[in-house]
Design a protein around this ligand. Structure first.
Ligand code: FES
Length: 344
């Protein structure tokens, strides 16, 4: 079935830094199974702000293997409507519309050595993964965390407490650009070379702004780290390498069938529209958030026909092989396209 929003009340709001808050939700017993999550996943939040329906995805920053406390963290962005609303207006006991956890930036091999690179609010899914590895695994965890200045370090005291608790397994190294320390490609190479034998057996997770991700990725690749050891989470779509082509042409190619919640809808695509745009235009309300091929909230399955997807940064290869596409960056390229949001 397609994902739906649930009304969750806010249990607690914690101020993490001058411009970052963590929001903890109450989960009603009737939907606890839907809100079970993996470390590294995210929630899509919906709020009506000045009469407009705004959706944004925020990474889960909590992780406990027992009570599954659910917390997301959000950094206020200048001009960001949702982040400003969450930071300045949201209060305890308020209700937000929240979609069940999603995302593939998750840790399976808890007993392998783990190397984490984070910058700024990119620490959010990374700290969740770090807590899972420390509580459920038995190997070393190295966190390299970049920020502009010390007062911007999110989860500073929590990281210090974890370091004190897991002295023999956890290394946390901060890099402050105000001191000239950057997580660039050269720094990444030297950090990786310091790992010794663990270099080839570690799993690497990277999250932060686009420039930091591409620098760290290039450092890892230059250090001969295999692509299957590297996991990357983008918060925004990296610049497109090629312009989105206008694949919707006149005639039958633009006629598609969309299935959602067991209902079937015929849609005639308009020029330049993605499948998500077209579904929203006719009001069938498929799930979505980022609208740029990153968050995977809009994932649907191609049941027949062919679809072209541009700049996918969210779906895994296995999901693509199974026929899943991201509706927000997909357009039909043949007649007889049928997509379904009811397939898992
Ligand atoms: S809405 Fe985020 S990937 Fe499509």
């Amino acid at each position: 079935m397609a994902s739906h929003f649930h009304h969750l009340t806010v249990k607690e709001i914690k101020k993490e830094t001058l411009n970052t808050v963590s929001i903890i939700f109450n989960i009603p017993e009737t939907i606890t199974s839907e809100f079970k999550y993996e470390a590294g996943q995210y929630l899509t939040l919906k709020a009506t702000i000045n009469g407009e329906d705004i959706r944004r995805s925020y990474s889960i920053s909590s992780y406990t293997s027992t009570d599954q406390e659910l917390q997301v963290s959000c950094k206020m962005i200048e001009g960001g409507r949702m982040s400003t609303f969450l930071f300045k207006e949201l209060g305890v006991d308020d209700t937000l519309e929240v979609m069940a956890p999603m995302g593939n930036f998750t840790l399976d091999a808890v007993n392998k050595p783990l190397v984490l690179f984070a910058a700024g609010s990119g620490i959010t899914p990374i700290i969740s993964i770090l807590k899972k590895a420390l509580t459920e695994g038995n190997n070393t965890v190295n966190l390299y965390y970049g920020n502009r200045a010390e007062e911007e370090v999110i989860f500073k005291s929590e990281l210090t407490e974890l370091r004190e608790k897991y002295t023999d397994r956890l290394l946390v190294q901060h890099f402050l650009s105000s001191n000239g320390e950057r997580l660039d490609s050269n720094r990444t190479q030297s950090l990786v070379s310091g790992l010794g034998d663990a270099k080839s057996t570690s799993n690497y997770f990277v999250c932060g702004p686009e420039g930091m991700i591409s620098a760290v990725k290039s450092g890892l690749e230059t250090s001969s780290i295999n692509a299957n050891q590297i996991n990357i989470e983008y918060f925004a779509s990296p610049k497109a390498e090629k312009a989105i082509s206008e694949t919707v042409v006149s005639g039958k190619v633009g006629d598609i069938i969309a299935e959602i919640d067991g209902e079937v809808h015929n849609i005639t695509m308009e020029s330049g529209e993605s499948i998500l745009d077209a579904a929203n235009r006719i009001g069938i309300d498929p799930p979505f958030s980022c609208q740029s091929g990153v968050c995977t909230t809009c994932k649907c399955k191609v049941m027949s026909g062919t679809v072209e997807m541009e700049n996918n940064f969210g779906l895994g290869e296995d999901e693509e092989e199974e026929g899943f596409v991201l509706a927000c960056i997909s357009k039909p390229t043949s007649a007889g396209v049928k997509v379904s949001w009811d397939e898992d």
